[in-house]
Design a protein around this ligand. Structure first.
Ligand code: ADP
Ligand code: MG
Ligand code: MG
Length: 910
């Protein structure tokens, strides 16, 4: 056989004992978890030894299958296990001195709860006895064993509950035993109980799968490795990738790591911590832990976790209404309970934040008084926390201005631009209970109890005892999430913060009955479909609907935006059709209007009639009469918008859509229009039918309207120029930029330009005054992009209308694309919807060609983009690299585009 490069590449990377084959720059190959475990090892943080099977192997697994891949890596895996054995001084599968491992997934980006982890792997009926003897702790050995069977059963052997109302089969067995023994907590099981559980668990596995639980540790290991690979293509992982736009090719790495035990007794435990507050961004170290517990227990929300810091503990007690005496005795912080370990942890969290220059989310385990760090990563955070952390870190000198700007995920600012509860409405609100403020925001909706029913109402609140990874899709759909159990680091809390979704967790006063579908608080019963509201910033749960109000751009957010202006060279304008939109956009920092669509103004009730009369008129005279009625209304619209923009440039596009869109299609409206116009119903019907087109998007629209009916262009030009003059009289500057849509040839532009300039001159003469204005064009037909040098001879500016340009370049009708685009994306024919994210490869080339050809004849030609893409961060970066003067987007996306513009400039410098 031929030796190919593939066969000699390294597929397994070791770490441990302060050395590592990898490091934190290798996230694509080792996954985030694996790369950071290696890096922590290198910088002297105590990490249990282990190894990472690369993401490439996952891809190979998907192509070649299980047997081929196992054969390919067996030797490397055996060597790596031997390496762990040497460091730990124990042996995998050994009966006297056993090494146990965890098998953990880890993609290049963290996908919380996406992939499953198996702990305590390597146990069987013989090894458990060895573990008991070696540790001198029989209870611990059997507790580990029952956990292992449970996790391995769920993750590898498919022992998940059968229906959504059912609980996990293992939990069911445990609950039954707790009931029988009249105990509440896992920690109260006796050794005999644990042995019984192991027996019953194995029976359950046999009954459900038809096979015995695997006893050979190596079989167990390969089973778990394959399960991790398979989990990459589980429904929930696919959904999460789709939600975040991550490609399937990435694959997941597999980490195999020596176990350290948090369940060895009262001197052991496990926890999760953050170097800053992931919800608010406040610079306080915080987190939760549980004594005598393993990994998942903290996140699972089955026991109430305790706070790591004393400050956090006091704050928690206040929210949970726990008296100080009770707190200090039953829920002390780690800082109080184990000060030495706490101090060590505190050192590591500082060191890691400094090292990674960003807020860290860490996992740790204490085994018999020794601290181990199991994971670190840049912590997920809410939009508000993201802004505060970046600005604080800048002020503290931890990071530079550029780093602060680059730390911002532009799309996440969206969360800060959404409504909050109206302060007045909040005062009247009836607060029925309080939970933990797990993820800030305001949410109002109807109660649903199951994630897959979140879409039953337009606005729903998902109410659960606790959430699990299966609930991801429903959590995303719901307006807010409420759980009865779980702390600030529970699954619900972490995932909600990542999504920027309002979440209140651990509201102990809630009694939830899944079967009856009711929520009971203090004896009051709420049914599925009842309205409730959540305040994710205070943890308040409120009866009914609460009004919301518009957000403000203030504090750190305002500072951040100011900072972006220091680096951004490409401007951000807005698309606005009304003074109201224009004002919102100015508030968010828009530097002009890139697109005002005049047709929207014609759809208002009092105007549509005049518009229809104009369209249906048979004569030039009739059309002019109707246009005369429209003129004052248009002028007023423009005055309002110019005034709102206070001297900033405003691009007004002349009428664009096919006329058919304006005429009535219902008999009743047709009849009343006929009456108003004193013509027969029949005549109206004939006219409407005449206007119908086979391909309206390629039909009689855009400048074609203005060329066939120059009086329309005349009226619009007059309205724009008169409005500007009227404002000038009031001492307000207006900067109109008149834009001709849908140009394909220079002759089209010349025709319209002549009409516009003649009209303007006429108005100037009438008024004996002038204003400055520009006449430019949309570039949205491929022919225009290709002949841009000709068009630029005449046009004052270009604005790329990438919606139409995408439509015409792909040949996809935007109105019909819904029938096939989803399939295209599913089948990988297209990676993303080109109407959302600019297709840089194809459409982008036309944009580049158009820009450079235009500038070849007019070097200072002003070039911008309007259309949905103007607010998409990756498209903004593309526009910057193309050398555009501005992007234009909807008002609420202006701050996002401003940050993206600054980031593009910074990245280009680097
Ligand atoms: P997730 O990606 O869902 O967080 P992890 O792989 O990080 O999954 O593991 C789940 C839990 O198990 C975490 O709390 C982690 O700290 C713990 N854990 C993982 N490996 C070990 C180990 N070798 N020893 C002790 N605890 C572990
Ligand atoms: Mg983890
Ligand atoms: Mg268009």
């Amino acid at each position: 056989m031929m030796e190919t490069a593939q066969e000699v590449k390294t597929r397994v990377y070791k770490f441990g004992n302060k050395t590592a084959d990898g490091n934190s720059t290798m996230k694509n190959l080792l996954g985030g978890k694996g790369a950071n475990l290696a890096e922590m090892g290198l910088i002297g943080i105590p990490v249990p030894p282990g190894f990472t099977i690369t993401t490439d192997v996952c891809t190979e697994y998907n192509q070649l299958g299980q047997d081929a891949v196992i054969a390919m890596i067996t030797q490397e895996v055996e060597d790596a296990i031997e390496n762990i054995e040497q460091i730990m001084g124990s042996k995998f599968g050994d009966k006297e001195n056993p090494l146990l491992v965890s098998v953990r997934s880890g993609a290049r980006v963290s996908m919380p709860g996406m992939m499953d982890t198996v702990l305590n792997l390597g146990l069987n009926d013989d090894v458990v006895i060895g573990l008991a003897e070696k540790s001198g702790n029989e209870r611990f050995a059997w507790d580990s064993y029952r956990r292992f069977i449970q996790m391995y059963g769920d993750v590898v052997l498919g022992m998940k509950p059968e229906s959504k109302e059912d609980i996990d089969p293992f939990e069911e067995i445990m609950e039954a035993l707790k009931h029988k023994r009249n105990i509440e907590l896992d920690t109260e099981f006796t050794i005999q109980d644990l042995k019984d559980l192991v027996y019953d668990f194995k029976e359950a596995v046999k009954k459900r799968t038809g096979h015995n639980f695997p006893t050979n540790p190596w079989d167990q290991l390969w089973g778990a490795v394959v399960a991790v690979f398979n989990s990459w293509n589980s429904d929930r992982a696919i959904y999460y990738r789709k939600m975040n736009g991550y490609p399937g090719e990435w694959g997941t790495a597999v980490n195999v790591q020596a176990m350290v035990y948090g369940n060895m007794g009262l001197n052991s435990g496990t926890g999760v911590c953050f170097t800053r507050d992931a919800g608010t961004g406040e610079n306080v170290f915080n987190g939760e832990y549980l004594i005598n517990a393993q990994g998942e227990d903290v996140v699972a929300g089955t026991r109430t976790p305790q706070q790591i810091t004393k400050l956090g503990s006091l704050r928690w007690a206040e929210l949970a209404k726990v008296e100080e005496e009770d707190r200090a005795e039953n829920y002390p912080s780690l800082e109080e309970l184990m000060p030495t370990i706490y101090n060590e942890l505190n050192e590591y969290q500082k060191k890691l934040e400094l090292h990674y220059r960003d807020m860290q989310d860490m996992e740790f385990t204490m085994q018999d008084g020794k601290l181990w760090i199991l994971q670190t990563r840049n912590g997920k955070r809410t939009g508000a926390a993201m802004v505060k952390i970046a600005m604080d870190s800048l002020k503290e000198g931890l990071i530079s201005e550029k780093e602060a700007l680059l730390q911002i995920e532009p799309s996440k600012l969206d969360e800060l631009l959404h409504p909050v509860f109206d302060a007045k409405a909040l005062k009247r609100a009836n607060v029925i209970a309080q939970g933990l403020p797990a993820s800030p925001g305001a949410a109002t909706g109807k109660i649903v109890f199951f994630a897959d029913e979140a879409d039953h109402y337009k606005s729903s609140i998902l109410v659960r005892i606790e959430t699990s990874p299966e609930d991801l899709e429903g959590m995303n759909i719901a307006k807010g999430i409420l759980t009865a159990r779980g702390g600030m680091t529970s699954h619900a809390a972490v995932v909600a913060r990542g999504m920027g979704k309002c979440c209140v967790s651990g509201a102990g006063a809630l009694k939830i009955d899944y079967k009856k579908r009711t929520l009971t608080v203090d004896g009051v019963v709420y049914q599925e479909g009842d309205w409730i509201s959540l305040n994710g910033s205070t943890g308040n749960i409120i009866e009914g609907k609460v009004a919301t109000s518009e957000p403000e751009l203030s504090g750190e957010f305002a500072e951040l935006m100011e900072l972006s202006d220091k680096y951004a060279t490409m401007q951000v304008r807005t698309n606005a059709d009304s003074p109201k939109d224009a004002k919102v956009a100015v508030k968010f920092g828009a530097q002009g209007i890139g697109l005002t669509r005049t047709e929207h103004m014609f759809f208002e009730v009092d105007r549509i009639k005049a518009m229809r009369e104009m369209i249906l008129a048979d004569t030039l005279k009739g059309r002019k009469e109707a246009l005369n009625e429209l003129l004052p209304m248009q002028r007023e619209d423009f005055e309002g918008i110019f005034e709102a923009m206070e001297g900033l440039p405003v691009t007004v596009r002349l009428l664009d859509p096919p006329l058919h869109e304006f005429v009535p299609h219902q008999l009743e409206t047709q009849r009343s229009l006929a009456e108003d116009m004193h013509i027969s119903l029949e005549a109206v019907k004939i006219k409407v039918a005449e206007l119908e087109e086979f391909n309206p998007m390629l039909g009689h629209r855009g400048c074609r309207l203005g060329i066939t009916y120059p009086e329309i262009t005349e009226m619009q030009a007059r309205a724009i120029i008169e409005a500007a003059l009227n404002l000038k009289e009031k001492g307000i500057e207006a900067k109109p930029e008149i834009m001709v849509p849908l140009i394909g040839t220079i002759a089209e532009f010349e025709h319209q330009e002549a009409v516009i300039r003649a009209t303007a001159n006429k108005v100037f003469e009438e008024r004996n005054d002038t204003v400055e204005y520009l006449v430019g064009t949309m570039i949205e037909i491929p022919r225009a992009a290709i002949t841009a040098n000709l068009i630029a001879e005449k046009a004052d500016f270009f604005s790329f209308g990438t919606n139409d340009l995408t439509q015409m370049t792909f040949g996809y009708s935007r109105d019909d694309a819904g029938k096939f685009l989803p399939t295209y994306i599913e089948k990988g024919i297209l990676k993303v919807d080109p109407f959302e994210v600019l297709d840089q490869e194809g459409v982008g080339q036309l944009v580049q060609i158009g820009t450079s050809k235009g500038r070849s004849v007019k070097s200072k030609l002003k070039v911008g983009i309007c259309g949905e893409h103007g607010g998409d961060p990756s498209s903004v970066e593309f526009c910057y690299n193309t050398g555009m003067n501005y992007v234009s987007c909807s008002p609420y996306r202006v701050p996002i585009a401003r940050i993206a513009s600054a980031q593009a400039a910074i990245k280009a410098q680097q």
